[in-house]
Every structure is written in structure tokens, then in C-alpha cells.
Design a protein around this ligand. Structure first.
Ligand SMILES: [Zn+2]
Length: 162
């Protein structure tokens, strides 16, 4: 049995900013409004549920909240992005520009890029950790996460939980 959460309707959203290597509009610091759809497949429990949606939403919201209103930084090679961590700031050299951003405004994710593909993999891995480690999600066989970055663009990933 499949159950789905539609991010736009369920409030599974977050807004964050990023700078990606390159030229043109995306080379400037700019925002994205993201929303997350999650599909789970599992077995019925004795209460005729495969998952308690309140709990599933809580897990997804926790992941979303880490991104909220932050500036995202990924592990781009030093040839395209040079980061120096100072006392209170990140000094970021990218696209021949220098940004000095307070640490509190940055969310540095372990990811080779901020492309929608890598962002979806990051989100999927975070979600898999939670779903695998909590007994309440034991009946689930796999999930699919769809991460939208607006402009009709999204990444989709299926991950097995067994
Ligand atoms: Zn962008």
C-alpha cells in the first residue's frame, strides 16, 4: 500500500539561498522555494495504517527546518569555490566574487554540489537515516522523495529501506 505526502499541501517546504559556480543569473546569490513530496510503500499494521502520517511529517519537517532561510554551501572543488572559515564568518570566493557571510546564516551540507540532483540525494539520505532507525517506520519497504526547487524543476529518488 502506498501513501503519499504532497509537500505544497502538507506544508513540507523551505526557502533558502545559494550561489552556484558559473556565469549568468545563477552565479549571483539567489533564493529557491523548495517543497518536498514523499511517497512510502509498506505493510498494514494492526491499526490499518502503514505509517502514522503525523510522525512522517515531523521527520520531513525537521530536515526542512535545517535549510530554512539559510545560505547553502556545498563541497565544490577549491578551483571553483574557496572557503575560509573565520571566527564569525565564512569567507567565500566564487565566480570571481568575495562573500563574507556570518556563520549563523550558513548551512554547509555534505554534498559535491547544490544541483537539484545532489540536493535530492542529500535529502533522501537524511530521510533514510530517520526512517531506518525508528521502530515506528519498520513496516516501510521503500520511499520516494521528490524535491522541487521551483520553476517546474525537481529531482526524484527512490530508496529501499529493507
Ligand atoms: Zn539556484
Amino acid at each position: 500500500m502506498i501513501v503519499e505526502l504532497i509537500g505544497k499541501e502538507a506544508g513540507l517546504t523551505f526557502e533558502c539561498m545559494h550561489i552556484v559556480p558559473g556565469r549568468g543569473d545563477c552565479s549571483r546569490i539567489h533564493p529557491h522555494f523548495h517543497y518536498v513530496d514523499v511517497l512510502v510503500d509498506g505493510e498494514f499494521d494492526e491499526k490499518r495504517r502503514i505509517v502514522h502520517l503525523y510522525n512522517l511529517k515531523a521527520v520531513i519537517m525537521r530536515i526542512c527546518s535545517a535549510f530554512e532561510d539559510k545560505i547553502l554551501i556545498a563541497d565544490y572543488p577549491e578551483s571553483v569555490q574557496k572557503i575560509t572559515i573565520e571566527d564569525m564568518h565564512y569567507k567565500i570566493e566564487i565566480n570571481n566574487k568575495l562573500y563574507l557571510i556570518p556563520k549563523s546564516d550558513i548551512f554547509k551540507i555534505k554534498s559535491p554540489s547544490l544541483n537539484i540532483e545532489d540536493l535530492t540525494v542529500y535529502f533522501g539520505n537524511e530521510l533514510a537515516l530517520d526512517l531506518q532507525n525508528k521502530e515506528m517506520f519498520n513496516s516501510l519497504k521503500y520511499f520516494e522523495v521528490t524535491l522541487s526547487e521551483g520553476h517546474g524543476q525537481r529531482g526524484k529518488l527512490r530508496m529501499d529501506l529493507k
